[in-house]
Write a protein that binds this ligand. Sequence first.
Ligand code: 1AE
Length: 399
Amino acid sequence: MGAAIATYLVPNDGKLEQKAEQIALGLTVGSWTNLPEIDQQQLAKHKGEVSSVQVISEDQGLITISYPAVNFSADIPAILTTVFGKLSLDGKIKLIDLDFEPELAHRFPGPSFGILGVRNLLEVSNRPLLMSIFKGILGRDLVFFEKQLRASALGGVDIVKDDEILFDNPATPFEQRIAIAKKVLHETEQETGETTLYAVNLSGRSTELIEKAKRAVHLGASALLFNVFTYGLDTLQALTEDKDISVPILAHPSFGGAVTASATYGVGAPLWFGKLLRAAGADLVLFPSPYGSVALEKKAALGIAQELTKPNEAWKRALPVPSAGIHPALVPKLIEDFGKDSVINAGGGIHGHPDGATAGAKAFRQAIEAVQKGINLSDAASSHEELAKALDLWGGSKE
Ligand code: 1AE
């Protein structure tokens, strides 16, 4: 089936080889108390192998260990428990990478749509996509929902997503949001000639999720938003693998910081938000951009995007969605750092435009077009009122 190869960042105490052997043994055939009598044959077949040990600074080292496939079933819960189960509780150690040998990688679905599939649905091939997030929707009703949705779509947004904190509720029930979105987006498509997808927040008890997702698709949902880290990566995989759930899945990073934020504990952001979400089937992955309101270190944000988009025989490429505090003045930086195959995503940056969400979306589309034509945003603003007002409000581009 293929091994899983884990790389850990550990403190350099001068005994890295010893530490590596302890982990390789402890997480496979040994125990924390080093059981004395271990059958030699079993040891050979099941024992983790230290692949490399590297001092990277006076204070830190990297340890890479290969875990034999025979030890686990081909699912993310079993693999994470094997490579970083008890070990995650054992002092300063951070899992920064996890490679799957090809046979194992093929056991995971990867995105069903991927970058090309989402672009095909939208019939947009040559620019970054634009996504908006409903803001200020808690406590509001379906009339407000419909108005905001229509305004975003008329401004040129490609995907409108629910806020991740909008759960099923009496004022804006799940099924009715989907039904209204289907109708409104059909109407706006007639008007603009552009397709807009609506990503409804798939929430509720995990035992009901698959049925609820199927119902959403049946009712006409064109995408799903999923708070993957409060449910687990395997739940995302189950949604991806269900053939009746035939719409793109957007993975929201909420709660992910609890696992990735520490420099010395937890899991590396490129692995957690990048490689593992891609393996489990996310088509679009939201994560904090390096320069918005919930900033992530630039190296980590670029690392996530790289994991989502780099060539991989087993999985389609997923769309990076660097998010949080995004406004039109940031478009040059976003495109420079994340390229054309990414999604520019804004909540407040669209809905907070002085002239409303349609103008907010237009300002983004104007900024994207300007960058693609090599025109400075301030110059573009002289002939685009919406962009001019957005730059006035949020500050000019710091190109
Ligand atoms: C990193 C996720 C960002 C997100 O979910 C969100 O709601 C952003 O909102 P704005 O763009 O900061 O208003």
